[in-house]
Design a binder for this molecule. Structure first.
Ligand SMILES: Cc1cc2nc3c(=O)[nH]c(=O)nc-3n(C[C@H](O)[C@H](O)[C@H](O)COP(=O)(O)OP(=O)(O)OC[C@H]3O[C@@H](n4cnc5c(N)ncnc54)[C@H](O)[C@@H]3O)c2cc1C
Length: 306
C-alpha cells in the first residue's frame, strides 16, 4: 500500500479543482486490503474511494478525509462461469465471462473486448475512468449501462473479499449498491457477461459512439462529464440549462460549455467556489423557469463513502 500525505484533489480529478485531503492510500493488490483496515482504524478519519476522479467535483480547502485509491490492475481475462459466480442456466448458452481489476481503465477493457470479439459494452465507448468507477456509478451512454452487463463483483467488506452475484446487486440511474448493505462497498474486480460477435462490427460501433460524443460534447476539455442528472421525464438537463440561458455561461475560470450546457468545464485556473456558485445559479434558474429541481450527477467531495 502506498501512502501520500496532503493528496491534492486538483491533480487527482479530471476537473482539476479542489483542495487537499489528509492522506491518500493507494491499493495495488488484494494483499493490501488487511493493511488498509489496520491503517483506517489507526487514522480514525472518514474515507472516500477515489479512482480516476472523472466524476468528482471537489471543494477547496483542507479536508480531514482519507482517499482510498483502488489501483487493482488485474488485466481483463476470460473467466469460467464458476469463477464468474454465475449459477448454472442463469445466462444464455454461449455467454462469455470476462473479469477485470477495478483499477483498469474502462477504455482498456473495451479495447480487450473489441479485440476478443466480445459484444455488449460498445455503448460505453468514450467514458473515461476506471472499471470500478463505471460499476460504482453504473456509468452508461447510448442506452447501455455498466450494470446491465455485470455477472458479479468482487468487493471488500472491511473484513473479507466476497463475490456478489448479479442477483444481489441493485442498479439505478448512476447508482449501484449491494442489496442490504448499510454502506457503499469497495469494488475490487468485476466480471462481465458478453456475447461473441465479429471484432470489426464491435470496432465500428465503438467508433461511431466515440464520434457521436465528440460531435456533441467537449470531450477534450477539463470536465467531469454531465454535471446534473437528467430529470426522470421531459427535456434533458442540458436542454433545460440551455433554455434557462446557461449555455456558455462563465464565472471565473469555470463555465457551462458552449457545446453542451450540462458539461461544467475548467477553462484554466477554475476554482470550486466559482463552480458551486455558477451551478447554484443555474439550478435556481431552471427551478424558477421549469419547476424542475436538478440533482448532481457528479459526486461532490468531501463526502464519506466507505
Ligand atoms: C469527458 C467525460 C465524459 C463522460 N461521459 C460519461 C458518460 O457518457 N456516461 C457516464 O455515466 N459517465 C460519464 N462520465 C463520468 C465518469 O467518467 C464516469 O462516472 C466514470 O465511470 C467514473 O469513473 P472513475 O474511475 O473516474 O470514478 P471516480 O470519479 O473516481 O469516482 C466516482 C464514484 O465512484 C466511486 N468509486 C470509484 N471506484 C470505486 C471502487 N473501486 N469501489 C467503490 N466505489 C468506487 C467513488 O467513490 C465515487 O463515488 C464522463 C466523464 C468525462 C470527463
Amino acid at each position: 500500500m502506498r501512502e501520500e500525505a496532503g493528496a491534492d484533489l486538483s491533480g487527482l480529478t479530471t476537473l482539476g479543482m479542489g483542495g487537499t485531503c489528509a492522506l491518500a492510500l493507494s491499493l495495488d493488490s488484494r494483499e493490501d486490503l488487511p493493511a488498509l483496515e489496520a491503517r483506517r482504524k489507526e487514522l480514525g478519519l472518514p474515507c472516500y474511494v477515489l479512482a480516476k476522479g472523472s466524476n468528482i467535483l471537489a471543494r477547496e480547502g483542507r479536508h480531514e478525509l482519507v482517499l482510498v485509491r483502488p489501483c487493482f490492475g488485474d488485466e481483463p481475462a476470460i473467466a469460467s462461469a464458476a469463477a464468474a459466480g454465475a449459477a448454472e442456466g442463469a445466462w444464455p448458452e454461449g455467454t462469455v465471462f470476462v473479469s477485470c481489476g477495478a483499477g483498469v481503465a474502462l477504455p482498456r477493457l473495451l479495447a480487450f473486448l473489441r479485440d476478443a470479439g466480445l459484444s455488449g459494452m460498445e455503448g460505453l465507448a468514450g467514458i473515461p475512468g476506471s472499471v470500478g468507477g463505471a460499476v460504482a456509478m453504473n456509468a452508461g451512454s447510448f442506452g447501455c449501462e455498466t450494470g446491465a452487463c455485470l455477472a458479479s463483483v468482487e468487493v471488500w467488506n472491511g473484513e473479507a473479499l466476497v463475490r456478489i452475484p448479479r442477483g444481489d446487486l441493485e442498479f439505478g440511474y448512476r447508482s449501484f449498491a449491494v442489496k442490504g448493505a448499510q454502506k457503499p462497498v469497495l469494488v475490487v474486480s468485476a466480471t462481465f457477461a458478453l456475447t461473441l460477435a465479429p471484432s470489426r462490427g464491435i470496432a465500428e460501433r465503438m467508433q461511431a459512439n466515440l464520434l457521436a460524443k465528440k460531435s456533441r460534447q467537449p470531450v477534450s476539455a477539463r470536465s467531469a462529464g454531465c454535471v446534473f442528472k437528467n430529470p426522470p421525464e421531459g427535456p434533458s438537463a442540458g436542454i433545460l440549462l440551455d433554455k434557462a440561458g446557461f449555455r456558455g455561461r462563465a464565472r471565473g475560470g469555470v463555465a457551462l460549455s458552449e457545446m453542451h450546457a450540462n458539461f461544467l468545464v475548467n477553462r484554466g485556473g477554475g476554482r470550486a467556489e466559482d463552480a458551486f456558485a455558477l451551478l447554484g445559479e443555474a439550478r435556481e434558474a431552471v427551478l424558477a423557469k421549469f419547476g424542475v429541481a436538478l440533482e448532481f450527477e457528479v459526486r461532490v467531495l468531501p463526502c464519506r463513502s466507505f
